[in-house]
Design a protein around this ligand. Sequence first.
Ligand code: PLP
Length: 379
Amino acid sequence: MQFRDIKAQYQTYKDEIDSVIQEVLLNADFIGGKQVGELEAQLAEYVGVKHCISCANGTEAMTLVMMAWGIKEGDAVFVPDFTFFSTGEIVSFRGATPVFVDVDRETFNLDPVKLEKAIQKTIAEGKLIPRVIIPVDLFGLPANYPEIEKIAEKYKLLILEDGAQGFGGNINGKRACSFGHAATTSFFPAKPLGCYGDGGAVFTNDDDLVHLLKSLKVHGKGDDKYDNVRIGVNSRLDTIQAAILKVKLKAFIEHELEDVNKVYRYYNERLSGVVDIPVIPDGFYSSFAQYTIKLKNKEQRDGLQAKLKEQGIPSMIYYSKPLHKQGAFANLEFDKNDFEVANELSDVVLSLPMHPYLRDEDVNTVCDVIKRYMVRNFV
Ligand SMILES: *Cc1c(COP(=O)(O)O)cnc(C)c1O
């Protein structure tokens, strides 16, 4: 059993994918081929925003936005404590200070109440200027944008949606990657919409931001690539990856997103009352980058992971270390007691095999092992 079966997906679309790759090879337009612009237009339409700008990966997508917004030393950027390292890294990379905020125990996402407290504390201390909030759509579930947007407005902060795991989710029909002033996603192979290498994109309705992003991703270009008006980077999505993504986006829209939600419902049916299952609030829809359960404590979680492994079932711990515990952030000042939930989650979460091609019998196999383990060890 695969944790995320990218091979099964390829087998399903092999002819189409092989042929679009072949087309790029024959045309040899590896950089900036027509597929890149076509994909950007399709992604923007699907997400429901005016612009999509593709780039090299999800981390760089966020960095580009930070650069365009002029985020720098002395600025505070609020990020969830429970996320992939990248979300905090891009803040420090610009010389600004990430302010970690605890998350909600049920949704794993940024806790709006604790977010407002962190903003107020930062203002009261007076050392940093609050500038941006980066909510993360963890495991595919959009963050609580209705509440976060109110807070951003109150304190005049920008929102960057980190939708690296969130592509395909929605809140009452409004799609992930359309929230905030800008949003980003990643096409890393294991994400909800993945390519066959690295890739990423920025989404926004802001024309001025688009103008800056298009310059920054091409060495700060002015009129053309050899007229450079600012310091930028080189960040682009290869034509081959765009061609592959066009095929995969169609599959994603036609059935994959629905199929992964079917797997979610079947898992829930089998595991409800056995372990803590994912909670999707009313009106929210997840793209299930991960199906993450919670156990009672670290011992129980680690024991279950070992038992699954024994049976040849892969599982992952996302994330075993909250950001505030990462060595790279050891220089930052914070109160360890502010991260009660993130600390707890890192001990009790376990992500199970999850993808649109997972069969009912695979779910049964996983759940049978979990049920046997729970009955034997913890009644
Ligand atoms: C994967 C991921 C990123 C980074 O994406 P890359 O394409 O690997 O750079 C950023 N944030 C979150 C939450 C992610 O899961």
